[in-house]
Design a protein around this ligand. Structure first.
Ligand SMILES: Cc1cc2nc3c(=O)[nH]c(=O)nc-3n(C[C@H](O)[C@H](O)[C@H](O)COP(=O)(O)OP(=O)(O)OC[C@H]3O[C@@H](n4cnc5c(N)ncnc54)[C@H](O)[C@@H]3O)c2cc1C
Ligand SMILES: *[C@@H]1O[C@H](CO)[C@@H](O)[C@H](O)[C@H]1NC(C)=O
Ligand SMILES: *[C@@H]1O[C@H](CO)[C@@H](O)[C@H](O)[C@H]1NC(C)=O
Ligand SMILES: *[C@@H]1O[C@H](CO)[C@@H](O)[C@H](O)[C@H]1NC(C)=O
Length: 418
């Protein structure tokens, strides 16, 4: 350890939000060579009383793709995912693997076991697309028949299947296990987690951050002194700092456990299904993710249900989950015979300002020295968490961001006060 490092002032870093962005940032900070576990303090404040990853970070699909967006963050994040998986046994620990990914078009089967679950859009109404494939632009994808090993969707219902990217360009993690692993590895280096801590506001003097206020459901306002505060409260970020232009979209998802004798080959499918009249007609576009533990995750469209104040109060609309199951079941007898083991909903954060799509990542120097923002990761926060965490860590421990040019994502681009 150089004398300069050991002489510099202790860092007291408070991370607001225990989603994938907050937990991965805690991991990178606590694994930086300049971090001194005996002097520096890193604390995660998480509003949920249950644990971390209770929002979108525990309920996402988990795709990690070279063709995700924005480019500048993906180019750092993808190789970091590969490195983390190698370093920490990610294959075993959080289900890291490369996966086939394709766009599937076809018809749902009019099977008597299926029934109309209603509109299939969550009770917030106003179906919205999660826009995960926007990063592909408008590629001239080669249309092919169903791959031989994709045996769990019915060939006779398939109009077309197009691979979305080449081999080695798409991978996946189990997002809950990735997030909790990042937390555990950070805690092994001394990072502290406070659950049930609803943070805000962040305090600062003329120049710098001085601390973070928080309250619990049972205690009055408390204060943690801090030299650095990182705001990564996902869609809740504007509750703490209203000038952050982020809005919240709810999405439902389910997990299906197939019958024990059914092996699910590793495919992620972006579907476009002509839904039979029996289950509502129209078209549906669930995303379907095979997972290494042989479970299958599927998510539906977004809706406009208002964001509750607290992650533990997010409501699940059963009909929306049932619709996802019916749609998926209509193209796959294997999944139709499976059991729905999870019905869940969560909110993702999208950036609502003009054409600036986000995410918003970096220091907010007009707020105060030591004030950082990392939110608005839309449908790619699982993929982009390592890159986000790495650049924040560089800025905090090395004084500037070196592994990417993030000028397009800088908070100051999104509001004149940031
Ligand atoms: C259906 C669906 C599928 C998705 N699939 C993928 C995918 O395949 N690949 C991919 O890359 N991304 C995917 N995403 C996106 C990904 O889930 C998000 O981008 C990511 O989880 C955002 O993480 P976060 O940490 O910013 O936010 P969150 O996970 O929302 O975490 C924010 C945390 O902050 C806490 N918090 C809020 N306010 C406070 C406060 N005042 N004090 C303390 N704590 C607070 C919350 O309780 C929460 O735990 C998907 C999203 C959805 C909805
Ligand atoms: C990774 O996990 C596998 C299976 O549990 C185990 O055999 C292997 O030793 C682990 N490797 C490391 C580096 O922990
Ligand atoms: C603000 O932070 C900077 C950088 O850490 C430091 O040099 C400066 O002394 C701080 N200012 C005050 C008033 O504490
Ligand atoms: C970073 O990118 C912006 C625009 O995207 C450009 O104007 C700027 O010159 C770049 N900075 C560096 C150091 O390359």
């Amino acid at each position: 350890m150089s004398s300069q490092k050991s002489n510099s002032l202790p860092k007291k870093i408070v991370i607001v939000g225990g989603g994938i962005i907050g937990c991965t940032t805690a991991y990178y900070l606590s694994h930086h060579p300049s971090y001194r576990s005996d002097i520096d303090e890193i604390t995660i404040l998480e509003a949920s009383t249950t644990g971390v990853a209770q929002g979108a970070s525990g309920k996402a699909g988990g795709l990690v793709a070279k063709w995700a967006y924005p480019r500048e963050l993906v180019d750092v994040s993808f190789p970091e995912h590969v490195r983390l998986a190698e370093l920490h046994n990610g294959t075993e620990r959080w289900g890291w693997r490369y996966v086939n990914c394709g766009s599937w078009k076809g018809r749902g089967e009019d099977d008597p076991s299926l029934a109309n679950p209603g509109s299939g859009v969550g009770d917030g109404g106003d179906k919205t697309n999660l826009e995960k494939t926007a990063g592909l632009g408008d590629p001239n994808l080669e249309r092919r028949g169903l791959p031989d090993d994709l045996h769990w969707v019915k060939e006779s219902l398939t109009d077309s299947y197009s691979p979305m990217a080449g081999d080695g360009e798409t991978a996946q993690v189990h997002p809950y296990l990735f997030t909790t692993s990042m937390l555990e590895l950070a805690q092994s280096k001394g990072v502290k987690l406070r659950l049930g801590a609803i943070a805000g506001p962040i305090a600062f003097d003329e120049t710098n951050v001085t601390g973070v206020f928080y309250q619990t459901l049972t205690t009055p306002m408390e204060f943690v002194p801090a030299t650095h505060a990182i705001l990564c409260a996902g869609p809740w970020t504007p509750n703490i700092l209203p000038s952050v232009p982020v809005k919240a979209t709810r999405a439902h998802s389910i997990v299906i456990q197939p019958q024990p004798d059914v092996q699910i080959s590793p495919y992620v499918l972006f579907t476009e299904i002509d839904v039979p009249k029996r289950i509502g007609g129209k078209s549906a576009s669930p995303e379907i993710y095979a997972r290494p533990n042989n479970e299958v995750y599927a998510c539906g469209p977004g809706d406009k249900s208002p964001l509750p104040y607290f992650v533990d109060h997010v409501k699940v609309d059963d009909a929306a989950c049932e619709a996802i199951f019916q749609h998926v079941a209509s193209i796959s007898p294997e999944l139709r015979a499976g059991t729905v083991v999870k019905k869940q909903a969560c909110f993702l954060a999208t950036v609502k300002k003009g054409k600036l799509g986000g995410p918003i990542v970096g220091p907010a120097p007009r707020m105060a020295g030591g004030y950082y923002i990392a939110t608005g990761h839309t449908c790619w926060g699982i993929c982009n968490a390592p890159g986000t965490a790495k650049v924040l860590t560089e800025h905090i421990y090395e004084g500037k961001i070196t592994s990417a040019n993030l000028s397009e994502l800088a908070p100051s681009r999104y509001a004149s006060t940031l």
